[in-house]
Ligand binder design. Structure first.
Ligand code: NAP
Ligand code: MG
Length: 483
């Protein structure tokens, strides 16, 4: 009888690209000021970081254009504040609905403009953005319950500056509570990812929001700096600690209220009794979600020594299966790095890690020729003083360190200038709570990571900033308590 030789089973994913034509992009966009689309004096192109192709021309607002937006918000403020809270809530609800109706369009544009995998923009960014508007729509007429029965007034005009890692979601985190509390807003998106904020401006127009209640001025860091120094009553900023400090200095001694959501170097702590396979999934989600462009990324992995070998072996095996490439492919796990500047930052910090003596392991994968890419990477033999253990890399790079006792884990986790988030992996509930209580981190996840909910507060300790976003706590920065 003839012997049948079987070929080893080989299979791969077929490409599954989301249709790009779902995105109804125009070739150029104006500034959204006082309910009108106002032609800017200067425009710049925003590009697709996965291909380096230009997507559209957007305004690069000057200080006087920013001032015009603030004036429009000022003019709209008394009417918006005087509106019955239930009516304000209805407007916020009317923004949430089209976010869902247009979710495919928004997800495609978010992935094109910023490089994040479509699976994430489709399943996380867009639905969570809508959920924030829905949630705060419900709070608009119940503010006194959130504020402990105190009397309050809206702050007035708020200047909001957001980063490029979650463009639409950060716009929602900022605008939804501000509007619910009766403020008017000027939003400045990041230079590399302005498009979904402009689509959101169109949605505000469709929702027939009174003119000037929401204004969107695209532009660079100078436009952000101009907004901070304009006639605003409050500034809300998410971005780097360096810019956050500069803004705090600029506003010191004024009565402009400020909240800052800055960087992080969050510890993801795995105890020996944890469900290791589940923890490995959480580590991957913690650091490779959104290419590691996440302020609360679990970028310091602390593993109990007794299971370190097993965790690293399984993590590496899992990393080698990550699919890096086309952000619009539904099978992609890790997309493009957001910009050339961010790729340069990641590359130089990773080089510092190797120079300082840590062992670098990057997965071998074919990276596209055009665009900005970095392979998922882990570092072993990391000392607490290494730059890769101290500084925020904001890329797909995890630094692995070990510990022996819970006390040592807590001390190592807290040994950071930052304090945004942490993860604790253990099957012992009492240990999870006792460790979490001692961590100086705004959010501590137990046996999960990077889970966000509009009803939960998010924010930092130490150099990760101050003020909370999300949930009833996220309303407080947008009111002035009067009694
Ligand atoms: P960034 O400079 O702080 O940018 C955040 C926002 O602030 C952007 O809209 C930016 O505009 C604007 N901006 C820049 N300079 C300003 C100024 N002087 N005054 C007011 N606004 C200003 O952050 P980045 O340069 O994009 O990223 C650098 C590092 O920041 C990253 O490596 C990461 O460590 C950290 N980061 C943290 C978060 C977070 O969620 N916590 C998000 C992004 C970045 P332009 O984009 O037009 O410059
Ligand atoms: Mg872009």
């Amino acid at each position: 009888m003839a012997t049948v030789t079987r070929a080893a089973l080989q299979w791969d994913y077929a490409p599954a690209p989301e249709a790009r034509d779902a995105a109804s992009l125009r070739s150029s966009y104006d500034l959204f000021i006082g309910g009108e689309w106002v032609a800017p004096a200067r425009r710049v192109a925003t590009i697709n970081p996965a291909t380096e192709e230009p997507l559209a021309e957007v305004g690069s607002a000057s200080a006087s254009e920013v001032a015009a937006a603030v004036a429009a918000a000022r003019a709209a403020a008394p009417g918006w504040a005087a509106l019955a809270p239930l009516e304000r809530g209805k407007y916020v609800f009317r923004i949430a609905r089209p976010l869902l109706d247009q979710s495919r369009d928004l997800a495609v544009v978010e992935s094109l403009d910023g490089g994040k995998p479509i699976r994430e923009s489709r399943d996380v960014d867009v639905p969570l953005a809508a959920a924030h508007f829905f949630s705060y729509a419900g709070w608009a007429d119940k503010l006194s319950y959130a504020l402990g029965g105190r009397s309050f007034a809206p702050r007035g005009v708020v200047g909001q500056i957001i980063p490029w890692n979650f463009p639409l979601l950060m716009a929602a985190w900022k605008l939804a509570p501000a509007l619910a509390c009766g403020n008017t807003a000027v939003l400045k998106p990041a230079e590399t990812t302005p498009l979904t904020a402009l689509l959101l401006a169109s949605i505000c127009e469709e929702a027939e929001l009174p003119p000037g209640v929401v204004n969107v001025v695209t532009g660079d860091g100078a436009a952000g700096a101009a907004l901070v120094r304009a006639e605003v009553d409050k500034v809300a900023f998410t971005g780097s600690t360096a810019v956050g400090k500069e803004i705090a200095c600029a506003l010191a001694g004024t009565d402009v209220a400020l909240t800052l959501e800055l960087g992080g170097k969050s510890a993801n702590i795995v105890f020996e009794d944890a469900a290791i396979d589940q923890a490995v999934e959480g580590i991957v989600d913690g650091i490779f979600f959104n290419q590691g462009h996440v302020c609360c990324a679990g970028s310091r992995l602390l593993v109990q020594e007794s299971v370190a070998e097993e965790v690293v072996r399984k993590l590496w095996a899992r990393m080698e299966r990550l699919r890096v490439g086309d952000p619009l492919d539904k099978n992609t796990d890790v997309g493009a790095i957001n910009s050339a500047a961010q790729l340069e930052r990641i590359t130089s910090l990773v080089a510092a890690g190797s120079r300082e003596g840590a062992e670098r392991r990057s997965i071998s994968c074919a990276l596209p020729d055009a665009g900005y890419w970095f392979p998922p990477t882990l570092f072993l033999d990391v000392a607490p003083a290494h730059r890769i253990a101290v500084e925020e890399i904001f890329g797909p790079v995890v630094s692995v360190m070990t510990f022996r006792t819970p006390r040592e884990a807590i001390e190592r986790a807290n040994n950071s200038a930052y304090g945004l988030a942490a993860g604790v992996w253990t099957n012992n509930g009492a240990q999870a709570f006792s460790v979490a209580r001692e961590l100086r981190a705004g959010v501590v996840w137990q046996n999960t990571y990077n889970r966000f909910d509009p009803t939960a507060a998010f924010g930092g300790y130490k150099e990760s900033g101050f003020g909370r976003e999300g949930g009833p706590a996220g309303l407080l920065p947008y009111v002035r308590l009067t009694v």
